[in-house]
Write a protein that binds this ligand. Structure first.
Ligand code: GLA
Length: 541
């Protein structure tokens, strides 16, 4: 047996049981698919229609988006949320639209909506079922991604109901063997001859055929590496992992081949009729020597969600590439919207998995709820947003519930300042002129869609918050937001903004983006802000 790290300190650490993190597979590369370079704009069925949707409603909504001018204002995606699909997968195991409410099938609806110049989004859950208990996509990632890509779906929201976490536990391993499918293994690679890392330890074991086992692979603390796994030719092989059973709980191992490809093996909760068992995964090997490393990457609470969402993101990209190749047509990348409600700090890893990530629980058209749960949390996360990767404080409720005019204006303005996705959630077939004028305010949409892709920064917190957002042309957007209580006075010295990058000028042109009024200001912007209201300005030289 070889041990890596034989220095006296490493030895001492091991002796007293200090565990080292040795097997990071966290990939910090940003998810790039060329879409959602500015926050996506569209509509979703959930906020108003919940589980009462059908193909006519969706198509009529798409038509209303065109007729009302929403499409011209930039709204592009028509998103089917939960309940679009049947509780039955088809005979090939594919998801399919509800067999009666979407009687003509999803592909024909996509075609009709595409013909209006709009794109279609769809929904599933990173679980065995969705939040409405319909079939979910966990363990069907590749198949479902391909279905969506074939249908021409261009936005995918991936929820978190009925999820099953990847276990942080790893089995005891005593060896591996490798063979082509249909052929018998000829060589057994014993853990006795492998390199061990971190807290992985070799023990004598009376039960295993080779008399050894390795423990200590749990929770990203240890790894086993088999360095010389030899095969004659390139191709797909079956790796069999031989384990010594322990405990009755689920376990997981990653099989990393030649430092690049990673394959996951799940071990179910075990019965103990026998003390050993064999678990297999197909892998790609190259002719000659291969390195196979076994470890469990789940070092903390967030790792499981991160890996599952990263996997789905990769499958979506592979699927759209494949469909483009198979049909000899231009690739239609899918905007990937991660919806795990902010439970597993998605703002820290969401950028590596998809285009946007929910940071909050579900929105409701109720002022204290929206401010306490959506705004208050999301406004602090500005450093995580960037071009193609957005914090998502949930879909818009403008026009829903009993929100006042000022509340609707504030809600929309805040989402624009926070570079949040603008996904409408109201009934577009009966949108009022007032609500329409709010959600099509060109000045505000331009702030949201600014190509610099910066989420506003809160520079003052209080009864009235002050938010600033630098824009691509060197100008700044500034917002006063009066969260609670009655009307209040607010002010901000423009000299103060120089520390945030505003260029010096003797005099600035300041435009109120809701009233259109313009003033010349050399230092202080002063305003009276209505109860639950905002003032939003563009500051130019
Ligand atoms: C979750 C999501 C919502 C919506 C529903 C659908 O609650 O957070 O946005 O998609 O599921 O069931």
């Amino acid at each position: 047996m070889k041990r890596n790290g034989t220095c006296p300190i490493c030895y001492l650490k091991r002796l007293v049981g200090i565990r080292e993190k040795v097997t990071e597979i966290y990939d910090p590369t940003a998810y790039e698919n060329g879409v959602a370079l500015t926050p996506p704009m569209g509509w979703s069925s959930w906020n108003t229609f919940k589980n009462h949707i059908d193909e006519d409603l969706i198509y009529d909504t798409a038509k209303a988006m065109v007729d009302s001018g929403l499409k011209d204002a930039g709204y592009t995606y028509v998103n089917l949320d939960d309940n679009w699909h049947s509780s039955l997968r088809d005979e090939d195991g594919n998801l399919q639209g509800d067999l009666t409410t979407f009687a003509h099938g999803i592909p024909s609806l996509v075609k009709k909506i595409n013909d209006l110049g709009l794109k279609v989004g769809i929904y599933s859950s990173n679980g065995t079922e969705t939040c409405e208990d319909l079939p979910g996509t966990l363990y069907h990632e590749k198949q479902d991604a391909l279905t969506f890509a074939k249908w021409g779906i261009e936005y995918f929201k991936y929820d978190y109901c009925h999820h099953i976490k990847i276990s942080p536990y790893a089995p005891w391993v005593y060896g591996i063997s490798v063979a082509k499918k249909g052929e018998r293994e000829t060589e057994f690679y014993s853990v006795e001859n492998a390199t061990l890392f971190g807290s992985a330890r070799l023990w004598r074991d009376k039960v295993t055929p080779n008399g050894f086992r390795v423990t200590g692979l749990d929770a990203n603390n240890g790894a086993i590496e088999f360095e010389n796994v030899t095969v004659k030719e390139d191709g797909e092989y079956i790796v069999t992992i031989d384990i010594r059973k322990k405990g009755r709980y689920k376990k997981c191992l990653m099989v990393k081949v030649n430092d690049t490809d990673v394959y996951m093996v799940d071990f179910p909760d075990q019965k103990h009729y026998n003390n050993t068992a064999r678990f297999q995964t197909p892998v790609k090997l190259k002719a000659g020597n291969n390195k196979i490393r076994l470890f469990n990457p789940i070092g903390n609470r967030a790792d499981s969600a991160m890996l599952q969402y990263q996997n789905m993101g990769k499958q979506l990209k592979k699927a759209t590439e494949k469909v483009a190749k198979d049909t000899n047509s231009q690739e239609k990348p899918i905007v990937f919207s991660i919806c795990e409600w902010g439970w597993n700090t998605p703002y820290k890893w969401g950028k590596t998995a998809g285009n946007l990530w929910r940071t909050t629980p579900d929105i409701r058209p109720v002022w204290p709820w929206m401010i306490s749960y959506m705004y208050r949390h999301n406004v602090k996360l500005d450093k995580y947003a960037s071009i193609g990767h957005w914090n998502d404080p949930d879909m818009l409720e403008v026009g829903n519930g009993n929100l006042t005019y000022d509340e609707n204006v504030s809600h929309f303005s805040l989402w624009c300042m926070m570079a949040s996705p603008l996904i409408l959630g109201n009934d577009l077939r009966s949108i009022t002129p007032e609500v329409l004028s709010i959600v099509t305010n060109k000045n505000l949409i331009a702030i949201n869609q600014d190509p610099l892709g910066i989420q506003c920064k809160r520079i003052k917190k209080g009864g009235v918050d002050t938010l600033i957002k630098p824009l691509a042309d060197g100008s700044f957007a500034l917002c006063f937001f009066n969260k609670y209580g009655g009307a209040k006075n607010a002010s901000c010295s423009l000299r103060n903004l120089e520390q945030y990058g505003l260029k010096f000028s003797e005099e600035y042109t300041v435009t109120d983006l809701w009233s259109g009024e313009t003033q010349k200001i050399s230092d202080k912007i002063c305003a009276k802000v209505n109860k639950h209201g905002v003032k939003v300005y563009k500051i130019e030289f």
